[in-house]
Ligand binder design. Structure first.
Ligand code: 5GP
Length: 209
């Protein structure tokens, strides 16, 4: 007769984890976020609101909540955003309601937001993890921006000039990764998140059964 021993279990109740990804437009952050979501079901993503026009491949409520400037202003006035930033002459904001709901359920939340947004999130939650994503080079960034054909020549110039300003923020972040290879970058970010979620400060309780 075999005897089954019940192995002792350790239950580690985790606090929520906020992971911010920032980096110049065209670095591949949204592709990285999509891959992270595919590879780990625990992740959820904070969907921002924006006043910028929807690109043809984008879906309302999946990529962004697309608002008119007036709708955005009203929501901002009513305090419905955790943070807002003006990027490329359009407004972007992180909606408060869904984020607070995700935090209540101890979720692992990903943000694809600019450096000012990153700084605001860190100020709001000191335990947020900030990851700066660098493009392999400026010429690679130019290539990616022109390849996606979603911006006019003027918008491209604006994005490249802003890229340099954004990159100057890298040292304020907790981690920096260079997106040379999508798969490697995604796995590197997953390993950062795995280690971060094991931090003692992130444990609510530990129960031995
Ligand atoms: P895009 O127009 O290319 O989708 O985004 C332009 C920039 O705005 C990107 O750097 C993106 O990370 C940033 N962004 C998107 N949503 C938000 C947000 O809610 N807050 C802030 N601060 N930046 C955002």
């Amino acid at each position: 007769m075999t005897k089954t021993l019940s192995s002792p279990k350790t239950v580690n109740a985790q606090k929520p984890l906020l992971v911010v990804l920032s980096g110049p437009s065209g670095t591949g952050k949204s592709t990285i976020v999509a891959e992270l979501l595919k590879r780990d079901r625990r992740f959820c993503v904070s969907i921002s609101a924006t006043t910028r026009p929807r690109r043809s491949a984008e879906k309302e409520g999946k990529d962004y909540y697309f608002l008119s400037p007036e709708e955005f202003r009203n929501k901002k006035r009513r305090g419905e955003f955790i943070e807002t930033a003006s990027v490329f002459e359009e407004w972007y904001g992180t909606p408060k309601k869904l984020l607070l709901e995700a935090l209540k359920h101890n979720r692992l939340v990903l943000f694809d937001i600019d450096v000012h947004g990153g700084m605001s999130i860190k100020k709001w939650r000191k335990d947020a993890v900030l990851i700066f994503v660098l493009p392999p080079s400026m010429s690679a960034l130019k290539g990616r921006l022109s390849g996606r054909k979603t911006e006019s020549a003027t918008e491209m110039k604006l994005r490249l000039a802003r890229a340099l300003k954004e990159i100057s923020f890298w040292s304020k972040y907790d981690y920096v990764v260079c997106n040379n290879d999508l798969n490697e970058t995604v796995e590197l970010i997953r390993s950062i998140i795995r280690s971060e979620s094991q931090r003692v400060v992130r444990c609510r309780t530990i129960t031995f059964r």
